[in-house]
Ligand binder design. Structure first.
Ligand code: ADP
Ligand code: 5SP
Length: 472
């Protein structure tokens, strides 16, 4: 019997690294590994490497022909002349660069000009804003910086054997490059002028590979594909059909779709990213998703399953309780210094079940506003495809169709980011002369239809009303 061709996909996300080894012909997952990352909004990239090494220990990658890395977007990894990291990576969810973002927007012609030029209006999350903050606040370390790369670029170069990575040795892809704020998805080229404007001088940036181009080969002969950002990886892994919008509930909450043209939203709500296949990936990202449920469960002295049971025991609308879940500040809407608000407290409404329900509804309402914003950019939204850690919650699955107002597809629980990376590895292998991968399917998805009543609209109205009152 011939041995299957194996490919591996890596998801190096905010909270952990997950690695899947997949049969390239069928998409069946044959082995998997995972390891946690430290908490925090800045992290030494060595922790990502330690997590990758631990997740793949014990021969996980034996006989793997090709590998690819999807990782959290936007993180600023600054390297010196020797290719060593200059400071811990500043992650997407670090909001200290909010003022730098506002200043850059102002200096370069306002939000519409940025949306026009690079598809995205810089917020604290975007790499270009982090570079400005870095230049202004840590001038010695900034002066030692010769190159700026992203998390997936760095992990990819380490897999290729570069302990220190010099300019020219690091690559990226169009999906992740589009989250920097200094690469244009429409023209497919860097905007060095914007990078220089942010950082005060030029620094080296990685070469942008095409969708099936390889970054290289490991010393042991494993092909390493281009890799991409984690949301772009999920899009590859899901096998989306026209009209599908993905809602991913991980550390971040994201709403995105694969689109045939670049978007330019001057309100800054929709980031006009590129995807990993040559198309575009308009995306809305909130800073508060799965961890809102975790924090509420802790407050209520229960676990995630208990929180879900409580939420399902409450009526839609949570008896009038409304949670604006800005526990870590918020990115969309742009309220980096905000905190959460619980509205509608009365002696009747103040029950554990209502609070649990309000946490689920509050988290989903922010994303429903993102869905509306995508539709305003011309995205067709016939169905929502729900993925990410919190998509496993029965309460989230039940409430989502009401809040989104469209059918919600819940695919079988799987690591779709890592799966998408594995798919990219399989396609890079085929482009390099290996066997063509077959069609992959993760099996039947459950579809939950909205009830059609007005409950979801009332929940959304209460959320919008509280936000307007708290953040006029
Ligand atoms: N059944 C569940 N209900 C609610 N949240 C969950 C559940 N399972 C996992 N999570 C949460 O999902 C998050 C991890 O999701 P994941 O998509 O892997 O995040 P990331 O990619 O940002 O690291 C954690 O915060 C975890 O607590
Ligand atoms: O910043 C964004 C998207 O623009 C985030 O979606 C990050 O890419 C982190 O993703 P998760 O770790 O939450 O999956």
């Amino acid at each position: 019997m011939t041995r299957p061709t194996l490919v591996a996909g890596v998801d190096s996300s905010t909270q952990s690294t997950k690695v899947l080894v997949v049969d390239a012909a069928t998409g069946v997952v044959v082995r998997e590994g995972r390891a946690a990352h430290p908490d925090g909004t800045e992290v030494d990239p060595e922790h990502w490497w330690a997590a990758f090494s631990s997740a793949t220990a014990g021969g996980l990658l034996d006989d793997v022909a090709a590998i690819s890395v999807s990782a959290q977007q936007h993180g600023m990894v600054a390297l010196d002349d020797d290719g060593a990291v200059v400071r811990p990576a500043l992650l997407w969810n670090d909001t200290r660069s909010a003022d730098a973002a506002a200043a850059l927007v102002e200096e370069c012609g306002g939000p519409a000009a940025w949306a026009d030029e690079v598809g995205t209006v810089p917020l604290a999350a975007i790499t270009v804003s982090k570079l400005r903050w870095f230049a202004e606040h840590e001038s010695d370390a900034a002066a030692r910086t010769a190159q700026v790369v992203l998390p997936h670029d760095w992990v990819t170069a380490r897999i290729l054997g570069h302990d220190r990575m010099r300019p020219g040795e690091v690559t990226t892809d169009r999906g992740d490059a589009s989250g920097t704020g200094y690469w244009s998805p429409e023209s497919g080229s860097y905007r060095e002028d914007l990078l220089v404007r942010a950082f005060g001088r030029a620094v080296a940036v990685p070469r942008v590979l095409g969708p099936t181009e390889a970054a290289g080969e490991t010393p042991f002969g494993m092909l390493v594909a281009a890799g991409t950002g984690d949301n772009m990886g999920a899009a590859l892994g899901l096998g989306l059909r026209p009209g599908d919008v993905v809602v991913s509930l991980g550390t971040s909450g994201t709403v995105f779709s694969v689109h045939d043209r670049a978007t330019h939203d001057p309100s800054g709500f929709v980031a006009g990213f590129a995807d990993a296949s040559g198309a575009f990936l308009p995306l809305v990202c909130t800073l508060n998703a799965a961890r809102v449920l975790g924090a509420t469960a802790d407050l209520l002295g229960t676990d995630l399953a208990g929180l879900s049971d409580l939420a399902l025991a409450a009526a839609p609308g949570a008896g009038g309780l409304t949670l604006l879940p800005y526990l870590d500040g918020e990115r969309t809407p742009d309220l980096p210094d905000s905190t959460g608000t619980l509205g509608g407290l009365t002696r009747d409404s103040m029950t554990p079940a209502n609070l649990a329900r309000a946490s689920v509804e509050g988290m989903l309402c922010g994303l429903a506003e993102g869905l509306d914003a995508l539709v305003r950019q011309g995205v067709s939204a016939e169905r929502v495809v729900l993925i990410g850690g919190a998509a496993r919650s029965p309460a989230v699955q039940a409430v989502a169709p009401e809040v989104f107002g469209v059918p919600v597809v819940v695919p079988p629980a799987a690591e779709y980011v890592a799966l998408g990376a594995a798919r990219q590895a399989a396609e890079a292998l085929a482009a390099a002369g290996g066997p063509a991968p077959g069609e992959w399917s993760q099996g039947g998805a459950e579809v939950v239809e909205p009830h059609g009543g007005a409950a979801g609209a009332r929940v959304r109205a209460a959320h919008a009303d509280l936000r307007t009152r708290m953040h006029p």
